[in-house]
Design a protein around this ligand. Structure first.
Ligand SMILES: C[S@@+](CC[C@H](N)C(=O)[O-])C[C@H]1O[C@@H](n2cnc3c(N)ncnc32)[C@H](O)[C@@H]1O
Length: 353
């Protein structure tokens, strides 16, 4: 294994050591919280708790969690015999019920290949969701699989889960193939290669059996594609289209290609109805969505998505704000007007009751 910090470390994303190794490294202050979060859920994390006292308070947004654990009266470190949802112990369960997650995951799991897709999700994040909402042996679905954040998340779970993805753009399916081959060669030999179906989510889901899926984890396109998003045409020099972040396919059924917001939400509702049909009773769907700022207006996409999924039959159970630290800030409205840098996403938690 590569020796921790044997090469130049630019930021936490370059750190490849484990929590234990980092605690013994004089340069690892910034890495420790990141590594703790990435490894938090993996047993035997509870055996490490005594070592966390070394972490400087100002660095560690997680330290209050450990304080809570110390004060907790629950027998938190064992799997509850009535836990039919996952295989987390009490303290792990509690930790992930927080409504705000501040994270920064190392760039790994084929990241160099996957980053071609501007909205790819960290497999470590998807793994956490999968490990919370499923048990080993369960099957996970991602109807908007992109380059496979969810599929890889299922493969790297402590006890891997089976997953199936649907993606309309064959280019992204090829990127997943390349990423998973690379991971299986270099990062985690022999991990599961999951099934990725190229097609329109609505058509593919319509052919799937009712109540055949244990958990849906997904992030649909955020909204319709627009040429300029974060500032109006008055200030094109501050728009975010300088980078080539056009992730649309040329397919008419690509949600980002639909002609109006109403068409977008209608299409999402129809796919939501299929998700509801194929999910088993009492099971969950985690849907990640980012609000948008288009044509000079802030759009609470997450609120509309919550509404359409309610129409599709789901009950909304939670709204986790996920903030990825280290996002670059852009001076969109400066120095004329307030234009937000949207650095958070909503992880909406739905249940089929
Ligand atoms: C936000 S991205 C998902 C990224 C993914 N989570 C990952 O880690 O790569 C949304 C994806 O939905 C795909 N998509 C759009 N419309 C679709 C449709 N009708 N059926 C299936 N996939 C679709 C897009 O091509 C895009 O890759």
């Amino acid at each position: 294994m590569e020796k921790p910090h044997s090469k130049k470390i630019v930021g936490p994303e370059d750190c490849r050591c484990t929590v234990i190794e980092a605690l013994n490294c004089p340069k690892a202050d910034a890495c420790i919280p990141v590594l703790m979060l990435a490894e938090r859920i993996r047993p035997p994390i509870n055996g490490l708790q005594g070592r966390f006292s070394k972490i400087p308070q100002h660095l560690n947004s997680l330290s209050d969690t450990f304080q809570e654990e110390k004060e907790s009266e629950e027998p938190a470190n064992e799997l509850h015999p009535k836990n039919s949802m996952n295989d987390l112990n009490g303290s792990e369960w509690l930790y992930y019920t927080r409504s705000v997650w501040v994270t920064s995951f190392p760039s790994r799991w084929g990241h160099k290949v996957r980053r071609k897709h501007g909205a790819n999700k960290p497999p470590d994040l998807m793994r956490i969701l999968i490990e919370f909402f499923t048990k080993p042996g369960d099957t996970v679905l991602d109807p908007f699989a992109g380059v496979g954040g969810t599929l890889i998340g299922a493969s790297i779970a402590t006890y891997p889960r089976k997953a199936v993805g649907v993606e309309i753009n064959p280019e992204w399916a090829k990127v997943y193939e390349k990423a998973i081959e690379q991971i299986r060669e270099k990062e985690a030999k022999g991990i599961l290669k999951q099934k990725l179906i190229v097609g329109d989510a609505l058509e593919v889901l319509q052919k799937m059996d009712a109540e055949s899926i244990d958990f849906i984890a997904t992030d649909p396109p955020y909204y319709l594609h627009m040429k300029i998003t974060m500032s109006t045409g008055d200030y094109p020099e501050h728009s975010n289209r300088k980078t080539n972040y056009n992730m649309r396919s040329d397919k008419a059924k690509d949600l980002a290609n639909l002609s109006s917001a109403e068409d977008f939400f209608d299409a999402l509702e129809k796919i939501g109805e299929q998700c509801y049909r194929i999910l088993k009773k009492k099971k969950y769907m985690a849907l990640i969505i980012r609000d948008a700022y288009q044509e000079g207006k802030y759009i609470m996409t997450h609120a509309r998505v919550a509404e359409v999924m309610k129409n599709a039959g789901f009950v909304l159970k939670g709204d986790i704000i996920w903030t990825q630290t280290g996002m670059k800030l852009r001076p969109y409205g400066y120095p004329y007007a307030f234009v937000p840098n949207i650095v958070h996403q909503h992880i909406l938690i739905f249940r089929k009751e």
